[in-house]
Design a protein around this ligand. Sequence first.
Ligand code: RM4
Ligand code: MN
Ligand code: MN
Length: 433
Amino acid sequence: MNASFGIEDEFIAEQNQKAKPWLAEDFDHLAKKLQRDNVDIEDLVAKANSFRVAIPSWGVGTGGTRFARFPAAGEPRDIYEKLEDCATIFKLVRSTPAVSLHIPWDKPDDAGDLREFARQRGLHFDAMNSNTFQDQPGQKHSYKFGSLTHPERLVREQAIEHNIECIEIGKALGSKAHTVWIGDGGNFPGQQHIRRALERYLESMREIYAALPDDWRVFIEHKFYEPAFYSTVINDWGTSYYCARELGSKAFCLVDLGHHAPNVNIEMIVARLIQFGKLAGFHFNDSKYGDDDLDSGSVKPFQLFLIFNELVDAELKQEPYFNPAYMLDQSHNVTDPIESLMMSAAELVRAYVQAHLVDRQELSDAQEKCDPLRALATLKQAFTTDVAPILAVARARAGGAIDPINTFRASGYRQRKAEERPVRRGTAASGIV
Ligand code: RM4
Ligand code: MN
Ligand code: MN
């Protein structure tokens, strides 16, 4: 590959220089304020620095709705260019060293070469993702009426094979988990025998499970509707939990925030899965109506905080089997994907740090003494604390940008990529379509 433009460390340092004086002022002020409650700001900086969230390869391309996709200049055209963009995000925000691949969208010709390309940029590979919700050119059997639960054995076998291939590729890339989301279900009442479809799912998943290396986990991702608009096979966390239990100790339940009906209490689902030792992790995004794939924290930041409140509570109590994998899963239709992903990563760190600010003793006392007002006030106290200086200091100390979005814009990265990446005719869209 020809030399390609990258944002230099010196450029980031130069940009940071401009923001340093006011950041120091805000940081000192916040440190004093927190000190009054016996909170050491340095502990929170350390927490911010320890937080990690994976970037989905498909998130760095422009997404689309079922009406249209508006491609932007300088979008990545293949997995190497996607990794370049992921490396840029990592450089600026420092909390995103892992990338999650979707197969066959990102199927590498040479997994060893891809792994090395990632390693040179400080990146590694998070969970693999299979795709049996679309047909690929040249594919023998269609997934129009399902994949792992299709009535025909041959279709199910093809879908199982594909998942096993994802695991094989993942092994070569150093991944340790495989996520299965299927679109299987029915669009009409009566289309599918509801119980039989779930039996077939389990039968197929057992074969995939058997192909997992000992140190791998498999993540079951539920979703209440779409593309099946009447009945979806893995429609909720209860079904997911049942399947994970049936499969065994390497199977866990993954929570994609957008895969729930509006107003569902997702933090409760999270708490339940933690309690049952089956929480796989997350696909973070936000939504107003359904699987909107909006940027994390853009619509319901308080919900995000309450989810992290459960996660931090479990972290501090060292709950067994608690090892959640964090990933973003968003579709960027009207924003620059790199900017959206950076802002979303920061929103997660914000929620994580704020959740660490919750006075757990105070909360527990309020709960035990049946004082709901005090309990809510304790949560609100943490949620309304502006921890932005902590996030910025954490990023800057790790070599990242104090202001990632403006540093990115000032670098001219996207314009440079528009020159380096002219549209290749006939190439598929790189985001979700
Ligand atoms: C699905 C689901 C999966 C993701 C695809 C692209 O709705 O969220 O996690 O792999 O979209
Ligand atoms: Mn998802
Ligand atoms: Mn989704």
